[in-house]
Each structure stands twice: as C-alpha cells, then as structure tokens.
Design a protein around this ligand. Structure first.
Ligand SMILES: *[C@@H]1O[C@H](CO)[C@@H](O)[C@H](O)[C@H]1NC(C)=O
Ligand SMILES: *[C@@H]1O[C@H](CO)[C@@H](O)[C@H](O)[C@H]1NC(C)=O
Ligand SMILES: *[C@@H]1O[C@H](CO)[C@@H](O)[C@H](O)[C@H]1NC(C)=O
Ligand SMILES: *[C@@H]1O[C@H](CO)[C@@H](O)[C@H](O)[C@H]1NC(C)=O
Ligand SMILES: *[C@@H]1O[C@H](CO)[C@@H](O)[C@H](O)[C@H]1NC(C)=O
Ligand SMILES: *[C@@H]1O[C@H](CO)[C@@H](O)[C@H](O)[C@H]1NC(C)=O
Ligand SMILES: *[C@@H]1O[C@H](CO)[C@@H](O)[C@H](O)[C@H]1NC(C)=O
Ligand SMILES: *[C@@H]1O[C@H](CO)[C@@H](O)[C@H](O)[C@H]1NC(C)=O
Length: 718
C-alpha cells in the first residue's frame, strides 16, 4: 500500500501535463464535434455529453431503479436488427417489485466487442442498450475508448506516439489486445478512431447509467508495451509465450512482475485517468492470464500478481470490485489445479472479486471449485464462438443450469449472464437465457415455451410455424454431448480437406421438415421481418446440411477413384449449392457482406481509412491473422463471402482432387493449403466493393430451392 500511495502522488504529477488538461479536452471536443457533424451521424441528436467527473453516477449496490419494468409479453423485444419491434400501442406499464432471484443480470464477453460491436455507431449502440434494458440487464462491459486513455498514460510515462501506435492492435482485434493475447496486429489506431471511441463511450455510459445499469470499466491487468522497457530499463518484465499461432511480432506480451514498483503506478494511473474522463460505478474488468500460460504455477506467484492487480485498482478507487472472466480455469484445466485457482481467488478479499463462470452451460467451473472458493460468481451462458452462423443451442442444459448452480451446496451465485463471443444468431437461445434471469425455476415445458416463442416472434399464432419450432427444438437446439461446441464446423465454412468430420447431433431431416412447415406458414407471415429472417436462416442451414452430404459423396468417390461421381457430387456442391446459398442470403440485408462492411466504412474519416477498416473486418472473418493463424474461426455466411471466398476454394479443391485422380497422383494437403492460401489472401486484399442492397425475394427463392432439393433429401438420392 505504501508503494501505491507514492505511485499515486507520482501519477498525479505525471498526468498533470498530458491529455487530461482542459486545453486538450476542449480541443478534443471540438474535433469530435466536427467529426460528428461531418459524418452526419447523430448531428441532430444533440450534444456531446458533458465530461463526467469521478464520483458521478453511483447507484447504490442494491437498487436497480429503472429496471423494474414488469416484463410483459408484448414488451419483450427481439434482438438485433433481425426484428424491429412492431407494436401498435404499448400496454400499460405497472411497476412491481423485481421478480429476479439474483442481484445481477450480466451481458457481454470481452470478445463481443470485436466480433460484433467493433464498428457500431451511437444509433446502433442505443438500440442495444434499449434491448438490454428491456431484458433487465443491469451489469455490462463498457469498454470503448480505453485505448485513448492508455495512450494518455503511455505518453505520460514517456513513450513516443509511434511506439504507442505500434503497440495497439487494429479495431477488429482490440479484444485480444486488451487481454494481452496480441499487440500490433491489424493496427495502428488512428487519432480519429480514439476520438470517436471516447465520444461513443460517453454516450454509452450516460445511457447505461440513466437506466440504472452498472457499466463495467477496464482496469490494468499487468501487460505492458515492450517500449516501456526502453524508458524504464530496470523494469522487471517476463515475456509470455505466443498465442493463437501468432508469432512474437504480434504476440508474446510483456508481463510486469508483481513486486515491481511500476505495477501499482501504471495500474492506478490508468484508472485515475479513466475515472477522470468517464466517472465510475466501481466494478472493473481485468484478465491477466486469459488463454495465457502464467510464467509460474507457484501459488505464491499467482497470488502475488493477483494482489498486485487488485491493489492497483483500490489505490485509485477504494471501492473497487474486480470482475474476472473465469474462462482461464476451464480453458487450461491442466494448469489450473485447485491450488492455482485458490491462489488467485483468495488473493482478493471475499466479495471484492466477481467471477464470471463464462461457459457454465457446458463446462461449469463453480462445481469443481467449491463455488469459486467463496467468491461470488455469475452463471453465464457463452453459447457462441466467433459469431458463427449455424443453428445451434443446448436449450435443455441452459434451462436447467442456473437453478442447479443456485442450489449447489453453499452456492455463491449472485447472477445470471450471457457472454457470447458474437451476437446476431440463434436469437431463441438468448431469449430463453434472458428470461431465466427472471425465473427462480427452469421453464417447466420447453416445448410449450418454444411454441409461445414462435407466436411472439412472428406476432401471429400459426400452427405450422409452431410445429417448425418444435422440430428445431428437438434437433439443432437440443445439443448434448461432444459434438456440440458452439463453433460451426460445417465443411461449407472450413478450408477444404479430406478430413472434415460432418457428424452432427441431430437428425438432419428435421431441418428440412422445419423449412417445409415454415414455407407452409409463409403466406400469413410474409410481412414479419423476423419470419423472413428465419426463412433465410433455416434455408441457409438446409443448404449447409446438403453441403455436408455432398462433401461425404466427394470423399467416397475420391476413395473409390470414381472420377465421374466425384465431378457430379463436387459439381453440385461448388457450382450449385454455394451459388444458390449466396443468392438466398443476398435477398436479406441482414445477410450481406456489403452491410457488414458498410458499418466499417461508416466509421472512417476518409477513403484510406475506409479501406483499412474493411480489410480489418475481412481478416477477422477469414484468415484472422496474416497467415491464416486462426483460420475461419469467425466464419459467417454472408452473400459475397460465400461467392468470393468459400466457393472459390471448394472449386480449387475439387479441381485438385479431380486432377489427382486423372493423373493417379495422391492429393497433397500441404500443397493445396499453400495454393488455397493465395485465394484466401487475395479475397482479403481485393478491395472489391459489395452491395448493401438486397436482391430478389426471400419467399420465392427459398421455395424454389426447397422444391428443387427436398425430393433428393427425402429419397436419400443425392
Ligand atoms: C511474424 O510473422 C510475420 C507475418 O507473417 C512476419 O512478417 C514476421 O517477420 C514474423 N516475425 C517473427 C518474429 O518471426
Ligand atoms: C522479477 O520478477 C520475478 C517474478 O515475480 C521474480 O521472481 C524475480 O526475482 C524478479 N527479479 C528481480 C531482479 O527483481
Ligand atoms: C457449507 O458451509 C458450511 C459452513 O461453512 C460448512 O459447514 C459445510 O460443510 C459446507 N457444505 C458443503 C457441502 O461444502
Ligand atoms: C433433448 O434430448 C434429451 C436426450 O439427450 C431428451 O431427454 C430430451 O427430451 C430432449 N429435449 C427435447 C425438447 O426434445
Ligand atoms: C466425428 O465427431 C463425432 C462427434 O464429435 C465423434 O463422435 C466421432 O468420433 C468423430 N469421427 C471421427 C472419424 O473422428
Ligand atoms: C430422421 O428422421 C427421418 C424423418 O423423420 C426418419 O425417417 C429417419 O429414420 C430419421 N433418422 C434417424 C437416424 O433417426
Ligand atoms: C392464415 O391464418 C388464418 C387465420 O389464422 C388461417 O385460417 C389460415 O389457414 C392461414 N393460412 C395458411 C396458409 O396457413
Ligand atoms: C485519412 O485518414 C488517415 C487516418 O486514418 C490519415 O492518416 C490520412 O492522412 C488521411 N488521408 C487523407 C487523404 O486525408
């Protein structure tokens, strides 16, 4: 504590001269205003928020004023652009005591910021925060603009602007920069980026606070830019190992030793500057070892570094509570034995660490750590990795999970949460989970619940639509066992090889039958935007199933050396199914690569920046790193992406296989990988513009696709 106090004093002195000065603030505000007006965004919506001061907006920990709206069926609002609310009149709102059984209803994953929110403007944020409010979310990350604050701190510590620019990742990869996994990749961040993020963060915070939500701000986790060792050669740092197949040009962060006097200094400098800019609600997120192997498994080391992070927090805010993603414990269970977990959890006073049991529907940690050794935790459903499309969910496990955790002996559960890496898919799963935040017990009858969901979703009760949802519930949404991991592993979205496992946990014919039922219900539902979304999505899934079936044919024909069969099955896969999928997706704005990239462009101040942001986005969707380091992890099914990325590589694969059969030479995966990488890379670098206007009619086209392929599926005569 002594060191922290000294550091605190020092910090004030250092910071007095930089970014936080009123001259800078005024200049910044002017620039942001100019930007906002220039881009037309939100210009009419008013003023920049006043800079809030520390101490603003402290809701008492036990009030959730503003969130006590009784949830009525008609007010429950669908998520994302999939279905804007369509109600003619609002029902009378009655205030009642909250029915929720837990203190917190949490939302977000550090990764959601990059996979889904990265290019959002205020208008989109506003919608999201409305959605959060209507579903009773009262604890959520508010992590925009933190790099701008770090920039001030690093400048104060003596780094040059170019050293700082070299450190930050690009916008689409900030989540992993923030967790210490990456640096540099996809960067730099422009000055305009920082300004816009500060502006956004103010608006986000104002709105969250006005609803009584607790925004979680970031804190220092111990990772530092290499350049700091130039300024402070005595600094004791350890270089961690690489992450995600990235080399040390982009990974292997420097971690500060817990005993180093710079630890509390940097940590509290950052928090002061952050609080000065944004105020605080006293809950802070920091992840030191997220998917990163600590330099030592000694409990004393783990306790020391945890203590260092916490003490730097309380040096700046004595009321600080630390929100920790519990992902590390289940990600590397071989490292995190009971002694290691205990060392981390017990290093912080009980009640001052709030742990997210991040993937609790699948691999809960509370049950193997005696409920986090007494620290409070939030039962979170993670559900989705990388924002993949693909119908998927384990509704039974989700439904049962929170109660089981609450009833666990000496449970310290204090909330429920949703922590998807990416949103914009499988809305039914999130609807169930947000409802569970308000229930003491599971939904008694999931079949009845899902038919009710169909009624509410489409605004009209239709028998066929309800039957369709029952089939989806018992198939794609009733995942259990090893096959269900939340990634889309369909050959459609993977780099071709002869070794893709196409096993699924459900009977594929349920997807086709569900589509048939939805098409039957279509005449009465065509005006529902949610229905049209589902029609595209389920047709997309049906085509994905067919791609798997034809892929298996390709494998068999190659093994049998049957060139004719190979060309037939492969031809359908690459020259029929993928083009028709692209066409179906193109009928809906919500499935266009063009719409996706339009958001990125809109964030830019000029054409150079627009192309740079587009490229960041395209890398994330495909190669992820410069060499396909985390290839296709964040795959999506979007018109444009299917036609120009997935289809060409399947065509190359089939040509290569056919060539190898024709010439009787074995297929060489390594050589193919090298060739296909050139296609993948040229897609990312192509600078092609994609339309953000839909084309064609969803209902007509999905019907045609169905009529063409359904008989083959039923006859098993693909
Ligand atoms: C890391 O990979 C990048 C891009 O592939 C390359 O340019 C760089 O030289 C590599 N760095 C190291 C340290 O190997
Ligand atoms: C540097 O930090 C490590 C890890 O905390 C510690 O073991 C080591 O003794 C420190 N070295 C010095 C020179 O202080
Ligand atoms: C629950 O806590 C009580 C009091 O600390 C303790 O006596 C008891 O053994 C605990 N039960 C379990 C199952 O851990
Ligand atoms: C989901 O599958 C389990 C078996 O794994 C079964 O007991 C349960 O009834 C199924 N639920 C639904 C809604 O079909
Ligand atoms: C394919 O995946 C399923 C489900 O995960 C698994 O049971 C099966 O063993 C896998 N097949 C092969 C050949 O690896
Ligand atoms: C899948 O469902 C279809 C149609 O309901 C049925 O004919 C088939 O036997 C089922 N397959 C399996 C493996 O259960
Ligand atoms: C449309 O809805 C009406 C009223 O629910 C129903 O009578 C009719 O059968 C529906 N039409 C179709 C094609 O489902
Ligand atoms: C475009 O914006 C970037 C910042 O991202 C800036 O460096 C560059 O100078 C600008 N170019 C033009 C032509 O204004």
């Amino acid at each position: 504590m002594e060191a922290a106090t000294v550091a605190a004093a020092l910090g004030f002195l250092l910071l007095a001269g930089v970014g936080g000065s009123s001259v800078d603030e005024a200049r910044e505000e002017t620039v942001v205003r100019a930007l906002v007006v220039a881009s037309g965004a939100a210009a009419s919506r008013g003023q920049l928020p006043p800079a809030s001061s520390p101490g603003d907006a402290h809701p008492s920990p036990h009030s959730n004023n503003g969130l006590e709206l009784q949830k009525t069926e008609s007010l429950r609002r669908n998520w994302w652009p999939s279905s804007p609310i369509e109600i003619s009149s609002l029902p009378p709102v009655t205030y009642s005591t909250p029915a929720s059984t837990c203190r917190y209803r949490y939302y977000q994953n550090v990764c959601t910021q990059s996979y889904s929110f990265v290019w959002w403007d205020w208008a989109r944020w506003e919608k999201e925060i409305d959605w959060m409010a209507l579903n009773g979310i009262n604890l959520a990350l508010a992590w925009n603009g933190q790099e701008a604050i770090w920039q001030r701190v690093y400048l104060a510590l003596g780094l040059t602007e170019s050293e700082i620019n070299e450190y930050f990742t690009g916008p689409a990869f900030l989540a992993w920069g923030r967790m210490g996994n990456l640096h540099t990749w996809g960067g730099p961040l422009s000055r305009f980026w920082h300004l816009k993020q500060i502006y956004l963060q103010h608006r986000i915070l104002d709105r969250m606070r006005s609803f009584g939500m607790i925004p979680v701000l970031p804190a220092f986790a111990g990772h530092v830019p290499k350049a700091l060792t130039r300024v402070f050669p005595q600094m004791n740092v350890t270089r961690l190992s690489s992450w995600g197949h990235f080399n040390c040009s982009y990974s292997c962060p420097y971690l500060l030793a817990p005993e180093d006097p710079m630890f509390p200094l940097i940590g509290s400098l950052f928090l002061w500057e952050l609080i000065k800019e944004f105020g605080t609600n006293h809950i802070y997120g920091a992840d030191t070892f997220n998917e990163m192997q600590p330099p030592s498994s000694q409990p004393s080391y783990l306790a020391a570094i945890t203590t260092a992070v916490y003490e730097a927090m309380i040096a700046a805010d004595p009321d600080a509570v630390w929100l920790l993603q519990g992902w590390l414990f289940q990600h590397q269970p071989e490292f995190w034995g009971p002694d290691q977990v205990k060392a981390v959890l017990r290093a912080v006073p009980l009640g001052r660490l709030l742990v997210l049991d991040l993937f609790a529907e699948n691999q809960p940690v509370y049950s193997r750590t005696d409920s986090f050794y007494g620290q409070p935790f939030i039962w979170c459903m993670l559900h989705n990795f990388g924002g993949n499309h693909g119908l998927f969910g384990s509704l039974e496990a989700v439904n049962q999970g929170p109660r089981a955790a609450r009833l666990y002996p000496n449970s310290t559960m204090v909330g429920t949460g949703i922590a998807p890496e990416g949103i914009g898919q499988n809305e039914v799963v999130y609807t169930l989970m947000t409802e569970l935040g308000w229930r003491k017990d599971p939904v008694p009858d999931l079949v009845a619940w899902v038919t009710g969901f169909a009624d509410r979703r489409y605004g009209l009760s239709q028998e066929d639509a309800k039957e369709a949802w029952k089939l989806l519930l018992r198939s794609v949404y009733n995942c259990s066992g090893k096959a269900c991991v939340g990634h889309n592993r369909s050959p459609l979205v993977k780099r071709p090889s002869l070794k893709i496992n196409t096993t699924v946990w459900y009977n594929r014919s349920d997807v086709f039958e569900a589509l048939l039922l939805l098409l039957k219900a279509a005449p009465n539902l065509t005006t529902s935007l949610a229905f049209r979304y589902d029609l595209v999505d389920i047709t997309r899934q049906a085509i994905q199933e067919m791609v798997s079936l034809y892929y298996e044919e390709v494998k068999i024909s190659y093994r049998k050396k049957d060139l004719i069969l190979l060309l037939q099955a492969g031809g359908i896969l690459a020259y029929e199914l993928l083009p028709v999928l692209d066409e179906v997706l193109a009928t809906d704005k919500r499935f266009l690569l063009g719409s996706w990239l339009e958001q990125a462009r809109a964030m830019a101040v000029n054409e150079t920046e627009a192309q740079f942001y587009e490229q960041n986005s395209l890398y994330q969707l495909t190669l992820w790193g410069p060499e396909g380091n985390i290839l296709d992890y964040a795959n999506k099914q979007l018109a444009g992406l299917v036609e120009d990325y997935y289809a060409p590589r399947w065509r190359l694969f089939l040509e290569t296989l056919a060539g190898s059969l024709a010439q009787s030479i074995p297929f060489k995966q390594k050589e193919f990988d090298k060739n296909v990488f050139q296609l993948e890379k040229s897609f990312v670098l192509s600078k092609k513009r994609y339309s953000s206007q839909p084309q064609g009619d969803t209902v007509d086209l999905t019907k045609k696709v169905f009529l063409k392929y359904y008989p083959r599926v039923v006859n098993g005569s693909l």
